[in-house]
Design a protein around this ligand. Structure first.
Ligand code: ADP
Ligand code: ZN
Ligand code: ZN
Length: 732
């Protein structure tokens, strides 16, 4: 019989990169279930850990837990199981897995209580437009608030509202703050769009599987109404009293996307990189309590606890941003599928360009498949045209036939989108006299030349004056005015980036407004929102930009999409190069002609006979994917083999390579094929020499065993960092 001071052993995961949990004694075991935060003494200090398991009475004298921080576990039991799975699947220390899952505020031990916040609502007032005649920005804010019905205080910024405008509107008595809980409704089915036959079939199949584990690939061309399918499925989930999680790529979280969900359901919480940590934790708590019914979020939202989750949707499932690039290198898409299985709920993966992994899973019968082959609402698919630029004179990256097409579309009062996946002015700066070229001192990479921006109109974009920047380590310096090597007075920018294409287009079409959208111009969400709003007015305009244009945003008035350089992606050193390039081309092309105007896509290429390119544009993404899958099978690459990359870097030239040589010996076995160590394609980055080892196995279990051996061996060398990346999105 346990005595008065009987205590149980609890296994605690501490926030350190350690693979094991630590045993502590707890004298009040009643409150302790896995997933509870506890403060424990550890290595001379006190840390917040997570109870990973509860054991029996201990025969040993153990240190006592200092304090139990949660009345009910902060992580539901499915998340505790998920953490264990993550640690083993990604070969990552359990303590670090928990640290990745929890918001920083939770890691510090803050109480898990949702704060009550206000909802901003527009006050109906017939005089409003008169009152706001001279305050167009306030009027815009007022009208949007009216449209949205109400916006949580924490969501103002994410939706592009400016606090100052809200305060001014409040002063005028046109908005009020209500201490309201988010008010969800399942949406009125009468207000739904009538689904097309294909949409109806998808909705039917997914709805039929609510309450059981299944994964659905929703393969639908851009504009085919995938979002409407999500909305109607979520409506059904809400009617059943359960919650929904929607994962989207980072950039897709534009106000447009969230507004559609809010309009349908009255509210929706959003989690993305701009959300403060306090808000993040608050949303977490409200999802756990069931106050929030719909959460739209980027990658890390997959770790949110829910009272009763009914469905997970992953939009643009092919997108690389679902994979975390450091620390716990998880794929939020794959974790979603796993979590769905654990919770016995359906997971919907949607894309116009599904990943080869997901297509293969459909073939193997693991995923159900639904296709939306046509655009909803009768919009037409764009037509493709290859522009052969061999031997053509290019003016800053654009050929004459492309200008002809642009002029035609602009004259017809339409908008044109010019896509070029390279920001800055020119990817290289050369001396024509002595062949000096601007190189990063810290990387094996060329520096990109960025021009000082000329102020146009009232458009004051803050960009640094003539700079050389390294796109790999972010090192910057003022661009030299003379050749640092021979003193020649002129340096030549070579190649075209978005700034240079912008310059050419402004010269050529001085009367057409031009918007450049890349990482340098869109640091501010407000700026981007203003550009997008201007474009929605529909007047002729040119958009120049990088892959940011390919995601999330719809440009209903764009009828011509110009892709300046399709070739470089297909030539990439990475095995996913062709897949990613094809996805990018189709995604950018999908921005064209979404309304009732037919779209045209012009692709400039030096290689018009490229098999990838011709398959893609004549037979479509599906045919391209079938070809590419055959090549992957022949090359024994994913999805036909399980792949991991072991990456190492060191200050010395040999440290990383030597360590990976040892790692190779540990993981080599009959069932695992090991390639390397070889220098990474960018062999030096931020002064560190980078090497990698590829490990491939037909059966995942074999790869897992080999990687576990490596974890156990834990090779070490001074100054060498290394990490295992399971299912890497690239090998660069
Ligand atoms: P996707 O998510 O596949 O890109 P959306 O759901 O955004 O497509 O739909 C594209 C456009 O078609 C939207 O303007 C949407 O309102 C419209 N739409 C979707 N479904 C229907 C439908 N069943 N009937 C009419 N219009 C629809
Ligand atoms: Zn020179
Ligand atoms: Zn660099």
């Amino acid at each position: 019989m346990p005595g008065e001071d009987a205590s149980v052993v609890v296994q605690v995961a501490v926030p350190r990169p350690l693979r094991r949990t630590f045993d502590y004694a707890a004298s009040s075991p009643g409150a302790l279930s896995p997933g509870t935060r506890v403060r424990v003494p550890f290595a001379g200090t006190h840390v917040v850990g997570i109870v990973a398991g509860v054991g029996d009475v201990s025969p040993f004298a153990l240190k006592e837990i200092d304090e139990v921080l949660d009345q009910t576990p902060i992580l539901s039991s499915d998340l505790v199981d998920l953490a264990a799975w993550l640690a083993s699947y990604y070969h990552h220390p359990i303590g670090a897995v928990y640290a990745t899952m929890l918001p920083a505020k939770a890691r510090r031990g803050a109480p898990a209580e949702p704060v009550s916040e206000v909802t901003w609502q527009a006050v109906e007032d017939a005089e409003a437009s008169e009152l706001l005649k001279r305050a167009p920005k306030q009027r815009l804010a007022y009208e949007r608030l009216q449209q949205l019905g109400g916006v949580l205080d924490s969501e103002l910024k994410g939706l592009g509202f400016v606090r100052r405008h809200i305060a001014a509107l409040r002063g005028r008595g046109l908005v009020r703050a209500r201490p309201l809980a988010p008010c969800y409704s399942a949406g009125d089915p009468r207000s739904h769009l009538r689904p097309t036959a294909a949409q109806a079939a998808a909705i039917e199949a997914i709805s039929a599987s609510l309450g059981s584990a299944s994964t659905h690939l929703l393969d639908g061309v851009t504009g085919s109404g995938k979002t409407e399918v999500y909305l109607q499925v979520i409506g059904e989930v809400l009617r059943q009293g359960r919650q929904a999680l929607v994962l989207v790529p980072e950039i897709a979280l534009a106000p447009q996307t969230t507004a559609r969900f809010k309009e349908r359901f009255g509210a929706a919480a959003t989690l993305h990189s701009a959300v403060s940590d306090a808000q993040r934790f608050d949303i977490w708590c409200k999802c756990a309590s069931g106050a929030h019914k719909v959460l739209i979020g980027t990658r890390s939202a997959i770790f949110t606890p829910f009272a009763d989750l009914g469905v997970i949707i992953v939009d643009e499932e092919h997108d690389g941003s679902f994979k975390q690039g450091d620390g716990l290198r998880y794929s939020a898409r794959d974790v979603a599928v796993k979590r769905g299985r654990m919770l016995s709920i359906p997971v919907v993966l949607g894309s116009a360009t599904p990943s080869l992994e997901s297509l293969q899973n459909v073939r193997l019968g693991r995923y159900q498949y639904a296709a939306l082959k046509e655009r909803a609402g009768g919009a037409l698919m764009p037509t493709f045209r290859l522009l052969d630029i061999r031997g053509q004179r290019l003016d800053r990256g654009l050929c004459e036939p492309l200008h002809d097409a642009m002029a035609r579309h602009l004259a017809a009062n339409n908008q044109v989108l010019v896509f070029l996946n390279r920001r800055g002015y020119a990817p290289a700066l050369l001396c024509a006299k002595c062949a000096w070229r601007a190189q990063c001192d810290h990387c094996d990479a060329k520096l990109t030349y960025h021009r000082a921006h000329r102020a146009r109109h009232q458009d004051l974009r803050r960009e640094a004056a003539g700079q050389l920047r390294c796109h790999h380590c972010d090192w910057r310096c003022a661009a030299p005015s003379r050749c640092p090597s021979c003193g020649a007075a002129e340096l030549t920018p070579v190649g075209t980036g978005t700034q240079r294409a912008e310059e050419a287009l402004v010269e050529r079409y001085p009367n057409v407004p031009l918007y450049r959208i890349d990482r340098d111009t869109t640091r501010s969400a407000r700026r981007l929102a203003a550009d997008l709003a201007a474009l929605r007015s529909g007047a002729p305009a040119i958009l120049v930009g990088t892959q940011m244009l390919a995601k999330g945003h719809h440009f209903p008035n764009v009828t011509l999409v110009a892709i300046l350089d399709a070739d470089s992606g297909f030539l990439s050193a990475d095995f996913r190069g062709p897949e990613r390039t094809a996805q990018l081309i189709i995604q950018v092309a999908g921005r064209a002609g979404r309304a009732l105007r037919a779209g045209e896509v012009c692709i400039q290429t030096f290689d018009p006979d490229n098999a990838n390119l011709t398959a893609l544009i004549s037979a479509g993404y599906g045919a391209f994917a079938r070809n590419e899958l055959e090549l992957r099978a022949a090359a024994h690459m994913p999805p036909f083999a399980a792949l991991a990359v072991i990456r190492a870097d060191s200050e010395t030239e040999t440290g990383a390579a030597t360590l990976l040589g040892e790692a190779r010996e540990v993981i080599e076995g009959d069932e695992v094929e090991v390639l390397g160590p070889a220098p990474a394609p960018i062999a030096r980055r931020a002064d560190r020499h980078r090497f990698q080892l590829l490990a491939l196995a037909s059966r995942r279990a074999d790869l897992r065993r080999a990687l576990t051996r490596l974890e156990d061996a834990a090779p070490k060398a001074p100054g060498v960092r290394w990490a295992i990346d399971v299912d890497p999105v690239d090998t660069l």
